[in-house]
Design a protein around this ligand. Structure first.
Ligand code: NCD
Length: 287
């Protein structure tokens, strides 16, 4: 799974349905007991890495973790040699890397399935699927209006989720709330039917169904000074009763802790859903 764009609607609904069964049953099994998964994270991660690991354990699979700080990369080994080596140890690659589109390069070095766990400021397809799973619980027929705030340009989670929602329901209206320097690319916008770039959160909060907040991806900036939008209880007091607030986490100052116990906040539910959706993704690889 390199990009969300390659998944068919049938595959997506299969992943959603299986994830729901896994969640409802708190499913544990030995179904994947013969499979070894390689987790290769060349960028920091808490939720993606550990939820994959938990998902693999719940299905009886085995995990090998590659740590770039303690590996031959430090002795100058190429990515190609690293991949060709690990290919002999495992059945599935799960890879996060700072370079956009790296998965298409890595595919040349292995025939094993590769799951993209985030490629630079490119995509994050498994996060988009767990975001979708969370959204569908509250909007089984899709939301009408969804706003994205924070860092639209560099947030791979936003890119994948926008492509995914637009593929499944092209009538959704997308609102992008961000600093001028963090606006979505033309590539993303040209795929959308209905969108607005705006900076008035107080206005749009009154009519949106979903607010998807992201942190500024400072590790991808070149020293620019950028405005951060703050989401707090005060901002959402005029929102619709059915509004849900999502965030892929980790958060910085953009999402106030005062929202954590608000019933509209669903970001910790996203974290939990990450386990079931990732179980479903790896399970479906072998179906
Ligand atoms: C995101 C990521 O790594 O893209 N985190 C995640 O996987 N849940 C978001 C981020 O880093 O801001």
């Amino acid at each position: 799974m390199e990009s969300i764009k390659n998944l068919s609607s049938r595959q997506i609904s299969f992943i959603m349905n299986t994830a729901l069964i896994f969640k409802e049953k708190d499913y544990r099994s030995e179904d994947l007991k013969d499979k070894i998964f390689g987790l290769l994270f060349f960028e920091p991660s808490t939720r993606t890495c550990l939820s994959f690991e938990s998902a693999i354990h719940r299905l009886g699979g085995k995990v090998i973790k590659y740590n770039s700080n303690y590996s031959s990369e430090k002795k100058g080994e190429s990515l190609e040699d690293t991949i060709k080596t690990i290919d002999m140890y495992i059945d599935v690659f799960i890879i996060r890397h700072p370079e956009k589109n790296i998965i298409s390069k890595i595919k040349k070095f292995t025939n094993k399935p590769i799951i993209n766990a985030g490629d630079g400021d490119g995509e994050h397809p498994t996060q988009a699927l767990l975001d979708l799973f969370t959204i569908l619980k509250y909007y089984p027929k899709y939301p009408n209006k969804i706003a994205f705030s924070g860092d639209i340009k560099y947030s791979r989670t936003i890119h994948s989720l926008v492509y995914l929602l637009n593929k499944l329901c092209p009538d959704i209206e997308f609102y992008f709330v961000c600093d001028k320097l963090l606006e979505p690319s033309n590539e993303l916008l040209s795929s959308l039917k209905k969108f607005k770039i705006c900076n008035d959160l107080d206005y749009i909060i009154k009519f949106i169904d979903v607010l998807y907040v992201t942190r500024l991806q400072k590790e991808r900036f070149n020293g620019e000074i950028i405005k951060s939008y703050i989401i707090d209880e005060n901002l959402i007091k005029n929102s619709k009763s059915k509004l849900i607030i999502l965030h892929p986490l980790p958060r910085n100052e953009e999402l106030s802790k005062d929202l954590d116990n608000n019933p509209k906040s669903k970001y910790f539910e996203q974290v939990e859903n990450g386990i079931y959706v990732r179980m479903s993704i790896i399970y479906n690889l072998f179906e």
